[in-house]
Design a protein around this ligand. Structure first.
Ligand SMILES: [Zn+2]
Length: 176
């Protein structure tokens, strides 16, 4: 069984930008939706938190404050993301205990760790009806380039209509 985690373009870009902008570890919650056999991260929410360079600890207050203030349905939150800043991506002992804490309120927990180098590691922990950890799940970013595709399609048609060789000519010139 291959379990794939999909991340929409916006939350992926937000996660990487936050990792770039915050010179410390930060935690964000994941808004997750199940679409047929896919698990999709739709958004990330940055809670109020104390950020330090070495660790970021989850507490229950962090969760209730953000869901109450932003009118978020807590049931939509099924995971968390954090940054390791300049360190590599792995699961620390603190991360393991965070996952356990979140498992008390979520049926499954999606965990993502990123860093400033844009490395990304993801896992899914199932707590009920039994405990299972799927580490290093395959991740697909759902790039939304439909606008670009339309634009480029028009450009290709326009540029290649009268001089059909323009695309390949450009490529061969770049290669020399
Ligand atoms: Zn960590």
């Amino acid at each position: 069984m291959v379990v794939k985690l999909c991340i929409e373009e916006l939350p992926y870009r937000k996660a990487m930008k936050l990792a770039e902008m915050i010179d410390a570890e930060y935690i964000a919650f994941l808004v997750v939706e199940q679409r047929e056999d896919k698990i999709v991260v739709k958004d990330i929410i940055l809670p109020y938190q104390e950020v330090t360079s070495s660790s970021c600890e989850f507490d229950e207050k962090m969760f209730s404050v953000i869901t109450e203030s932003k009118n978020i349905n807590p049931e939509e939150i099924k995971g968390w993301l954090h940054s390791h800043c300049d360190m590599s991506v792995f699961w620390s002992a603190t991360d393991e205990s965070t996952i356990k804490k979140l498992g008390r309120r979520m049926p499954f927990v999606v965990s993502i760790v990123v860093n400033k180098k844009r490395d990304l590691k993801a896992r899914i922990d199932l707590f009920r009806p039994f405990r299972i950890t799927l580490d290093d799940v395959e991740v697909e970013i759902l790039w939304d380039d439909s606008d670009l595709e339309e634009e480029l399609k028009r450009e290709i048609e326009e540029r290649t209509a009268s001089t059909p060789s323009i695309l390949s000519a450009d490529i061969s010139r770049e290669n020399t």
